[in-house]
Design a protein around this ligand. Sequence first.
Ligand code: ZN
Ligand code: ZN
Length: 642
Amino acid sequence: MSLAAAAVAAPSPAPSWAYQIRMAASQGQFLHAVSLFLQMRSSVAPRSSVPASLPAALKSCAALGLGALAASLHALAIRSGAFADRFTANALLNLYAKLPHFHRPFGTDGSGSLESASFESMQKVFDEMLVRDAVSLNTLILGCAENKMHQEALSMVREMWKDGVKPDSFTLSSVLPIFAERADIKRGMVVHGFAVKNGLDNDAFVGSSLIDMYANCTQLDYSMKVFDSFSDCDAILWNSMLAGCAQNGSVEEALGIFRRMRQAGVRPVPVTFSSLLPACGNLALSRLGKQLHAYLIRARFNDNTFISSSLIDMYCKCGNVSIARRVFNGIQSPDIVSWTAMIMGYALHGPATEAFVLFERMELGNVKPNHITFLAVLTACSHAGLVDKGWKYFNIMSDHYGIVPSLEHCAALADTLGRAGELDEAYNFISEMKIKPTSSVWSTLLRACRVHKNTILAEEVAKKIFELEPRSMGSHVILSNMYSASGRWNEAAHLRKSMRNKGIKKEPACSWIEVKNKLHVFVAHDKSHPWYDKIIDAMNVYSEQMIRQGYIPNMEDVLQDIEEEQKRDVLCGHSEKLAIVFGIISTPPGTTIHVMKNLRICVDCHTTTKFISKIVAREIVVRDVNRFHHFKDGNCSCGDFW
Ligand code: ZN
Ligand code: ZN
């Protein structure tokens, strides 16, 4: 026996082994509890100390993830007869629930998946238990639910009923996330009804599970009702409500909840911000994001890596890469999430080289890239048109890091090939993908065919797209215009006719811009904005200057069966143009313009914006559905490839 152990064991009347082990485990000193248990086993402790201390030892193993030791404790529980004790049995159940990759020492044939093996272990322990109670059932149910064995969890609840054990608040908060995940509001409401009938609805855990469930079923009103039914809210309820608002895109509501939370004197925790910040980034509401950032600095949350990563992500989504970089530089030891957020920022905004430099620095710092990091560098390759680099990352991802490429990774590489004009290689790559390509992967190649004017391949690719998505508006327009451009009028007319027959309509385009804390939304050809006339006047002034500088309207994205004059009108009314010009005439000179668009920016708007950025000497950032465009001095960061 070691000296330390002797010191612990020696003086009498010292607290018993079992007492010390239980104390250590209950105080969260799991390592200490385990080491005490091992010392006890090698000492001359009375036999009775084993059953008395096993539950605490098992709990500690579960907390520390010590699978091998736990297996030997399970064997010990059976040998020593401690298994008959329901506390020990419950602790074992808990262990199997927490360690899904851990097999029980005897039994399981190993043919099933890890999950089912773990479930069998749980089930076996449960079956062998002499005394079952709500705790053991609940542990089993939670274990099933957390390991995504939903059917098993629900059948356990039924079994519970049959055994005459009434589900309690713990049971409900294990089962509700299942209905949340499946967006099964009907059954979720049955559980809610049960909770109300049995007076369990004022439990904070049940309440927060209900809020999550309704929010996941996009019924935020119901979440709010559950939330408001609590007179005294726990931090867990506040955070659930915040996450629910953010997840449903109700950013203003989320910020309202956040204000109320602070007024109520509830201190936010990191998870509070991890739901708030992405919501600000998603609507590109950088003003709100900056307010939160200021709060984070005041409340000294800014040295939390987890929060900093959310900040980086938020700023990148709002188009402020330089601020994101400042936040990143302030992190002492960035983890994989922060590295990835920053690399993704450069991938989307450029400069792409910065993404590669960071990737290398990350690898040198022994941080292992994950599948999102690879998506980021592959995106950088595609936006910068770097074929060799694209292949390099694509290959090391699986060869060196063992990450199986997903549809997104393949799409990014196909895009890289297409942009670089290696159309046949891109076609072969997509055709031979292990995952079935979606229409959006093929659409990338179709756009590349348009840029590189390869009508023959475009026909082939469009055929693939129409098989998968017969009503794809964009693909019909691209192909039809390619036919027109190469003088194949009959085919173009035929395609337009088939579009009309299928009743294909374009998704209405809209762009938005925030000026003086107010969001202005522009829909194409919508004349309702109070400044509409001023915008058109300004637009005409810029047009004259543009034409003098060599601008030629580009109609590629306009269906070519309308009169030329009308076409120019169509271009003029594009929502992004309206938003950009409004931004210029309503802000002081020199202000950077940030515009968001729900669809891809069209060729003509892209050209126009380049001209305008030079004419008015402004930086204009447009975030379309696919990427960011930073316009400056007549150029765009995308290099005219998007
Ligand atoms: Zn346009
Ligand atoms: Zn661009």
